[in-house]
Write a protein that binds this ligand. Structure first.
Ligand SMILES: Cc1cc2nc3c(=O)[nH]c(=O)nc-3n(C[C@H](O)[C@H](O)[C@H](O)COP(=O)(O)OP(=O)(O)OC[C@H]3O[C@@H](n4cnc5c(N)ncnc54)[C@H](O)[C@@H]3O)c2cc1C
Length: 169
């Protein structure tokens, strides 16, 4: 039995680990379009704001950790299409541009959610950032030194955590 998982963060990788515990021989392949797996987004506001907190600390398990359990994650591989008829997915290697099909018996879609980006004029400007992925956190951390004022759009818990953290550094 071969399971393909799309998305390599909390839902995808915890499912992969659970599946391995339940079935020692299943073939498990994970496609993750980003550069990191299994990381804790919850720490992003803090790791981005505090100079002495490395963002690397948010990474729970590396690809090598999973490979030791015979779970094979492919980073920077985006699934472009699912073909349920013949049980295949079309995958693009984001580094080489190559596209290929992979087969599955079972498919788990664990692609998370996208933040709502309002259509405000200027939203695409270079100094307008968002905080969803680890790459976003790395970018925020890199621009913060030398910044004197920050406007946070969105007063949900992420916006409030970032405001609280920036006010305390
Ligand atoms: C800044 C921040 C702080 C947070 N703090 C907390 C907190 O304190 N407590 C809490 O409980 N929750 C918190 N959350 C929420 C928590 O991080 C999410 O609920 C959790 O990450 C959801 O996991 P997921 O695996 O479902 O989705 P995601 O973490 O979004 O992972 C989905 C993955 O799928 C990949 N993907 C998407 N499409 C494709 C595709 N076509 N092909 C290949 N890969 C694809 C994405 O790159 C991504 O890595 C926070 C989130 C953020 C952004």
């Amino acid at each position: 039995m071969k399971t393909v998982i799309i998305g390599g963060d909390a839902a995808g990788m915890s499912s992969a680990a659970k599946l391995r515990r339940l079935n020692k021989t299943a073939e498990i392949r994970v496609y993750e379009k980003g550069s990191y797996l299994s990381y804790s987004s919850c720490g992003l506001p803090y790791s981005a704001a505090y100079e002495d907190r490395s963002i690397d600390r948010l990474i729970q398990r590396t690809p090598a950790d999973f490979e030791a359990s015979e779970i094979y994650p492919k980073l920077r591989h985006e699934v472009l299409k699912v073909n349920p008829g013949d049980k295949t997915v079309l995958v693009k290697n984001l580094d080489t541009g190559d596209e290929f099909f992979d087969t599955y018996d079972n498919l788990l879609i664990a692609t998370g959610a996208r933040p709502v980006i309002p259509e405000i004029p200027g939203i695409g400007l270079e100094n307008v950032l968002r905080l969803k992925t680890i790459d976003d956190g790395i970018k925020l951390k890199s621009v913060l030194p030398g910044v004197n004022s920050v406007l946070i759009a969105g007063g949900g818990y992420i916006g409030v955590e970032v405001a609280e953290t920036l006010a305390s550094v």
